[in-house]
Design a protein around this ligand. Structure first.
Ligand SMILES: Nc1nc2c(ncn2[C@@H]2O[C@H](COP(=O)(O)OP(=O)(O)OP(=O)(O)O)[C@@H](O)[C@H]2O)c(=O)[nH]1
Ligand SMILES: [Mg+2]
Length: 250
């Protein structure tokens, strides 16, 4: 696909121990969208993913690597990558996992949808979206977490926790990402909620999410707890602010 109508696109791929997956996803992205640039944001993976990324970058000018010193969570890696994208003059930044769950074919759909919006979320839970090879427990967690987020925060999004999405850099500037503190996949909810509150045009497009076949998931209980805790706090703060506004009016 050509990205001429949306400007210069950077696909950020955060990695922690994705040695075998990384070359596959980089090749897939380059083939599906030859115009885009790729930034691998590696947290000093003990398995040598950072060196593999350097090897890919040496062979391809469109691939670059951000070496970070230690594992500090997905949110921190993305925030540094957004800053990098800003200094390099990119117009669009995409978040994409290295583990094969996010397909290059869906990347093309997400970028196409950006012509009509500021933020595009790849969504597993809108009509046409689906997950492949997920155990019931993961599906329950994701559907439940998203339902809670939608109802408690009052945002019209079916998949606010998903990690396959594109932002215009103008949207990143408006969101004021310096205030985002979330680490795990709560980072995604944080960003989506801020985008909606800023009045940005946020749309969801259906994706097919495939459970990773190689390597280990970094999902853990702490990540789920952080999301539950922060979303609950944000909802309470919102209700407090609404109540104050009502009292002021009466
Ligand atoms: N740089 C960096 N990347 C990370 C970190 N944690 C996870 N990642 C990467 O972020 C992406 C998503 O992580 P996963 O472990 O697949 O987590 P997930 O997709 O939420 O969970 P699963 O559905 O179980 O795979 C992968 O590309 C990981 O390598 C981190 O602390 N730093
Ligand atoms: Mg994954």
């Amino acid at each position: 696909m050509s990205t001429a109508n949306i400007g210069k696109v950077l696909v950020v791929i955060p990695t922690y121990n994705e040695l075998e997956n990384l070359p596959i996803i980089v090749a897939g992205v380059r083939a599906a969208a030859p115009d885009v640039h790729i930034l691998v944001a590696d947290d000093n993976s003990p398995d040598g993913t950072g060196e593999v990324a350097d090897g890919l970058a040496a062979k391809d000018n469109s691939v670059q690597v951000l070496h970070r010193t230690k594992k500090s969570g997905l949110g921190a890696a993305y925030l540094e990558a957004f800053q990098w994208a800003k200094t390099k003059g990119f117009d669009v930044v995409v978040e994409m996992d290295a583990d094969g769950s996010h397909s290059p074919a869906d990347l093309v759909k997400i970028l196409a949808a950006l012509t009509e919006s500021d933020v595009v979320l790849g969504s597993r839970w809108v009509k046409g979206g689906r997950v492949v090879n997920w155990p019931m427990s993961r599906e329950f967690l994701s559907r439940g977490g998203n339902l809670y987020t939608r109802l408690w925060l009052g945002i019209p999004l079916k998949d606010a926790t998903g990690g396959f999405r594109a932002y215009r850099m103008t949207a990143i500037a408006k969101i004021d990402v310096s205030k985002v503190e979330s680490q795990g996949y709560c980072f995604q909810v944080d960003m989506a909620w801020r985008a909606v509150r800023c009045g940005l045009r946020v749309i969801e497009v259906p994706i097919t999410f495939v459970e990773r076949e190689i390597g280990e998931s970094k999902m853990n209980q702490a990540i789920v707890k952080e999301a539950l805790w922060r979303v609950t706090q944000w909802g309470l703060a919102k209700r407090g602010a609404d109540l104050k506004a009502i009292l002021r009016l009466s």
